[in-house]
Design a protein. Sequence first.
Length: 401
Amino acid sequence: MLNSLKNPMVFLLTSILVLSLVPFSTFVAAIPLIENQWELINTEVGAISGVYFLGYVLGAILLVPMSDKYSTKNTFFFAVCVSSFSHLAFSIFANGLFSALLLRFISGASFSAIYVIGQKIIGQNISAELRGSSIGLYVTGFYAGSGISLLLAGYLLLLFSWETVYLLVSCISIISILLGLIFIIKIDLLPTNPGSALLNLKVLLNKRLFVASFSYAMHAWELYIMRMWFPVFLAYLYIESGSELNSSAALASTIAGIIAIVASFTPLLGASYSDGKNRAKIAIFILAISSVLSLLIGLTVLLPIIFAIIIGFIWTLFVGSDSAIYTTLITENAQPEELSSSLAVHTVFAFGTAAISPLIFGVILDVFGRNELGWFVGFFTSSICALFAMMFLYLVYVRKE
């Protein structure tokens, strides 16, 4: 783990990732304010949340395979630039449903290239004995960045309008462009055989790759319901207890952000612990616990808010612990010349699901209402997905061991 931290390439990639994520959760933090200002229903809120990951899928299909054919570093840097400026554009130009959908879509497409190409670079340039912890550190950067984003937005919303907050955090993310230039100039990558600039769907014929990606998708359903709707759930509980709208949104985002930052190290721990072991067994254990916690968080709507915070904290610890395990399984089971396509398909599975799950959650709330039943049914879907992942991992990776 410490050796991964000392590696300048891994450290720089992770720093770029974290800075790119500073605006990531600002929309989520401001949902109670934006939905009131733009007069959105739950389904529209879910669509704006989910379209980011629809863009993420397109980026994985188009941009990530290009890094096999063309310059990996240049493709990565291009994505960093587009990501930063798309968030800046949101803070200035977003004024309703359709502008928000477009700009969130562009942000998601560019960020997918940052995240997945970064994983590819680590997978191709780090030795096998450090690969799990290095990818774990990078994934931990994803979790830490999204947590910092939520915490920072929650604090700033107490001081400024949501538009000003989004502008400030977007300006911070521009620092990632400067670090991207340093990466291009200073970091040398190992030579690789050029692949196709197109996505190679033949990787789906590899059963182990398919199951790793499917399990990652089920994990992503749970993860992005937690990221997109848990802060809104907390805000709902505060509003129901009599708190004012702005303070409820800010307090809920601050609490969720602190929880996310504290829990951000868990992907690194999960991946590092799985090095030298059957990674699927570790993932199954984590999924079993997070499945139970998904059920419990839905029941806390009946209890004082402190129970939602405590269960939410424990849930956050476990729901991210297996993230890097699935990606490490991909890097270990894919052919070198097909690694980008394998990671891109892996991303399409996961973030295609992430595009759908917040939307489905919003539809559930519109059907049942923002009440005890609506929240429970929404979180219940996470528990079911975790069970599916457990079953497939056992059948392919454990039973034939």
